[in-house]
Design a protein around this ligand. Structure first.
Ligand SMILES: [Zn+2]
Length: 334
């Protein structure tokens, strides 16, 4: 598989150099799975300033009245219908799952890592917390597919911190199980199955962006990232989150926690996650996920989603995947 890329260059008269002529360079890359393009750029200053806000103090402003906190969660969050889950809420370890009051899909859920963890910076994410939360989403997907067999498109997602789209400070995941796919679920499900394996094999051979394998899950720094510090993981033999067995939930929990601890070290505290499911038993489709950083929470912050991301569907990224891979080191290798 050829990983397609093209260098572009231009020139300008630079005020910082006495209006001397300087060359400017960037690189356009094509995603090997969906074909979307992205722009890797060299920014004079970091496009996402690293986090220096007192997050714990910011969290306290949102704590009063937070519906996900232990003292209010039982009264303020909705319950699942008995046909889906007789207890109304799905609990695993410290994690609790309930329906999303704002329905983004036919079956839309929210799951908190723990009602007591209103403040959970990425450096404190642990494999246990992530795996238990993922386990509630896996149980939710299975329960929905059982009660509503038309809803076959499942995903496990996250908006973490306000810049990522979260309306609540209290950290949580979100699940979606629907009769129709999102745009990206459709594009990925339409990708010929062999391309996933070709992509992962090509990256394993080159090593430039291969982060490692944790056993049954392969981790890469995305060749053509749609968003900053984009990491991708591929799970062979599983098409839908509902098909993850207990060992895979543990393995993914370990991988995602490792990634989030890595983000914290890089100075990022806000992220989005998507775990793109295809219908159960889709032949040859590997469940795959994307993790990306978002702007940090701070007053008068700059959004990382520009005209390129929002209306051209194209990334403009100053974190080059090869440098990200070097910074990640061996942490994803078992
Ligand atoms: Zn809370």
């Amino acid at each position: 598989m050829e990983l397609r890329r093209q260098r572009l260059s231009g020139e300008l008269l630079d005020p910082r150099e006495g209006f001397e002529r300087v060359d400017v360079e960037l690189e356009v890359r094509w995603d090997p799975l969906t074909g979307h393009t992205t722009r890797l750029v060299r920014s004079p200053a970091e496009l996402i300033p690293r986090s220096d806000l007192d997050l714990e103090a910011a969290g306290r402003q949102f704590a009063e009245g937070c519906p996900f906190c232990a003292e209010r969660i039982d009264q303020m969050t909705p319950k699942l219908p008995a046909t889906v889950w007789p207890d109304g809420r799905i609990r695993h370890g410290r994690a609790v799952l309930f329906p999303n009051l704002l329905a983004y899909s036919a079956h839309s859920s929210v799951s908190v890592y723990a009602p007591e963890l209103h403040f959970l910076p990425l450096g404190r994410m642990t494999p246990r917390l992530v795996a238990d939360n993922l386990a509630t989403q896996v149980a939710f997907t299975r329960a929905v597919v059982r009660s509503d067999p038309r809803s076959r498109w499942a995903s496990i997602n996250a908006n973490h911190m306000l810049p990522s789209g979260s309306s609540l400070f209290h950290p949580h995941l979100q699940g979606s199980v629907d009769p129709v796919p999102t745009t990206f679920q459709r594009l990925l499900a339409e990708t010929p199955p062999g391309r996933f394996e070709e992509y992962v094999s090509a990256e394993r051979r080159s090593g430039e962006r291969h982060l490692g394998s944790t056993g049954r899950v392969e981790w890469l720094a995305s060749f053509a990232p749609v968003a900053p510090a984009e990491l991708r993981a591929f799970v062979r033999g599983v098409a839908s989150p509902g098909e993850l067995d207990d060992d895979l939930v543990e393995e993914l929990g370990h991988g995602v926690a490792t990634a989030l601890n890595f983000y914290a070290e890089l100075g990022f505290e806000s992220f989005n996650l998507a775990t793109y499911g295809a219908p159960p038993d889709t032949d040859g489709y590997p469940l795959n996920l994307r993790l990306v950083c978002r702007s940090n929470l701070q007053p008068l912050y700059r959004s990382d989603a520009t005209y390129l991301e929002r209306v051209h569907w194209e990334g403009a990224i100053d974190i080059w995947p090869e440098e990200l891979t070097e910074q990640a080191g061996d942490r994803f290798r078992r």
